[in-house]
Design a protein around this ligand. Sequence first.
Ligand code: AMP
Ligand code: ZN
Length: 465
Amino acid sequence: MTTIKLHNTRTRGKEVLNPINPDDVRLYLCGPTVYDRAHLGNARPVVVFDVLYRLLRHVYGTDHVTYARNFTDVDDKINATALARKEAGAPGTLEELVQERTEETISWYLADMAELGALEPDHMPRATAYIPQMIAMIEELIAKGHAYADGAGHVLFSVKSYKDYGALSGRSVDDMIAGARVEVADNKRDPMDFVLWKPSTDELPGWDSPWGRGRPGWHIECSAMSHELFGDSFDIHGGGNDLMFPHHENEIAQSCCAHPEGDFAKIWLHNEMLQVEGKKMSKSLGNFFTVRDLLDQGYPGEVIRLVFLQTHYRKPMDWTDKKAKEAEATLRRWRALTTGINPAPTASVAVIDALSDDLNTAGALAELHKLASAETAADLLTSARLLGLLTDKMGTWSQGENHDLSHHEKSLFDARQVAIETKDFAEVDRLKTALIAAGVEVRMSKTGVELVPGPSFDASKLDAI
Ligand code: AMP
Ligand code: ZN
């Protein structure tokens, strides 16, 4: 069986993945807070962990991998969007508007990630569906002396009660206090203590609990949901490296203190951040955009995916327009090569080896480039599909590629030959204008005419020429 090695943030080295149960390899990824459309950076962990999910399914079998990615549907930012809608006159209670917002955001998210070729996880737990499990876990933490209620509706986790706090990110508690500017509050026994439960107003979403009507803090949801779905120990936990502290440190503290007999997650995988044209993506720099913005501008999801895969997940990734253009040209070439070809029975060993070496997607793509010839087109197709590329579903954008334009190339070439003699270019201009209107890029040189369908290619418009 193929050996998969992954870089474990916890041990800071590459480790061989030895699943707890090879018949059920379990992977958990922290998902989005559903208050607005996913920006391009949010898509990075989705694509990275989709490649891991596909590799695990390839190695252990489709039915032997369980992938869970949550939706955080309790959050101040969601409440704020609902409040803004209510103030703008939207009908319904605040709670109904919160629910409306989370539902629409989840459906956008699933549609956008599907366009990037991401398979849906086996479980997509929503925090609001696991409140009883969170309350039970908090009660357990209080009973074991790791958490305390302040008598005013809050429950806090006592960081000092967990000696390994900070081991994941490798920082001392003092460094963390300095770096994170932790909130000092009267109800905290220690500034590092974090909220497990807090009070809610009557209008905002809230649940009855032993500490009064309230809602969970953010971190407890992943501990409670992963425990409900996977038990005390599971194989891989992932997320962006911005979540390492405090979110993942807090998840570990909660889970290991509530269930000391387990390991929680054995391997921790963190993706680096995405930037845009060399700069941090931010609204103030005007380089902030959503996945949907890019799709609407005509960047096919498959092109976005290929750009992502060119950078190793542990390196910062730069989104540039140049990369997107190059990726589009590559995919057009690969799709043209594999049109009408039956896929090979198995993916190339070199591609699987590259992916098994800590998800070396750049190395896997280098292997695909080597396979990009007529003789090995069947291998190219199967191996690219392992990476979620060249699938039938992803290919609609390039359908023009398969359209035979040679007849139009000849007409334009002949018309130009005539025009050079007669000095009358009216027919050449007419043909060119009609082709461009059909979304075709016209390339004319001394030796010939080349017609290339562009992203807006519409074959039906050629009929009128
Ligand atoms: P959020 O909804 O902010 O909790 O983010 C959802 C996921 O997107 C988390 O795993 C984050 O680590 C990840 N994420 C957010 N911004 C970026 C970025 N610029 N690059 C890569 N991942 C990001
Ligand atoms: Zn989480």
